[in-house]
Design a protein around this ligand. Sequence first.
Ligand code: 9MR
Length: 399
Amino acid sequence: MGTTLSTSRPRPGRPRSRVRLVTIGLAAAILAVPSAVAAADDAGAPQAPGDSLRAIAAREGLRIGTAVDMAKLGTDTAYTSVVADQFSVVTPENVMKWDAVEPTRGTYDWQAADRLVSFAEQHDQLVRGHTLMWHNQLPGWLTSGVADGSIGTAELRDILHQHVTDEVGHFRGRIWQWDVANEVFANSWDSHPLADGVNGDDFWVQHLGEGVIADVFRWAHQADPKALLMYNDYNITGEDGTNAKFQAVYDFVKRLRAQGVPIDGIGEQGHLDTQYGFDPQTFQADLQAFGDLGLKVAVTEADVRTFVSGTGADEVPTDQLAAFAQPYEFSAMLTGCRLVRQCISFTAWGVDDGDSWIPNTFSGEGYGLLYDARLRPKQAYFALRQDLLLGLSAHRTDG
Ligand code: 9MR
């Protein structure tokens, strides 16, 4: 299982002298690197500003990420600068999904995805590949073929195998983490959970049986033995208030590991909503439990939504306290990740509130991300930056 591209994180409790050096180094970096994308270091790679999220987090070996909208990257200059300056790992929000890469059967379109991977390489960023087996955003030719019976079970399995082999193979050596299987476990509201908690109504499970979950990991591993292979889902760190989904995923991946299935990590998506409770202790404990299985963990799609009035950059939380809950929950998720040594990256699901899936899915809600629609950093952004800085200066009274 792959480790070449992975970062290893220091355990909490670093030697004092190193912390002091790091703090001084950071101060120097903040003064020395005023602007980002335009500046280039000796190796030719553009440098991020010293006070950016990515620069501060790099000092503790953590990658900070964002989902990227390829309709904006490279065309919207301000957006592109934020992606380059602030983040050290990127996830394609949509362009690696099956409907995007193979809209017509047998004809691949890698253009947008290739462009993101090249951008990442030019900006010293890693890439989270998203996603290989998911019930959503499947090409029409596939879903209609299954629905009308022209694609039978054996052929469907071959098609999935080919898809995983071709996509992972296409990007071989250039993807840090792959979200291999996405959202196959049942939530409390799903109607047909299987005995082990897998969602019996999931498209792939329904048609190919739950054994396919282990198979996609095996196929992905064959195609790129060095990529970190992740299972990615939401509500798997107690957000549903019961921890039942966590337990099901935990038991399942423990069995997969015991069977030698090449799964390297768990992606906790981190889609929170201020109207529901959030328990940072459970969040951290669940991430730690996955880590203790020998898995890496990552927060892969963080956002914290709330009810809003106004639109665009004038969007404000309707409940004044939600304006505090939003940065708090972001901060608590980052802290939970940082306290778990196996947590290798923390990714927000988009850059700004003007470009988020939230308002399209949850009527009346928004305000979920780190930047507003005019790309001004919000309190959540500053909270994360303060948290990261505090980590560097935590021992400053020592000397
Ligand atoms: O953010 C994505 C949005 O643009 C798409 O329309 C949507 C389609 O299902 O998928 C969104 O991303 C999802 C991600 O791929 C998997 N986890 C949930 C995310 C939000 O729906």
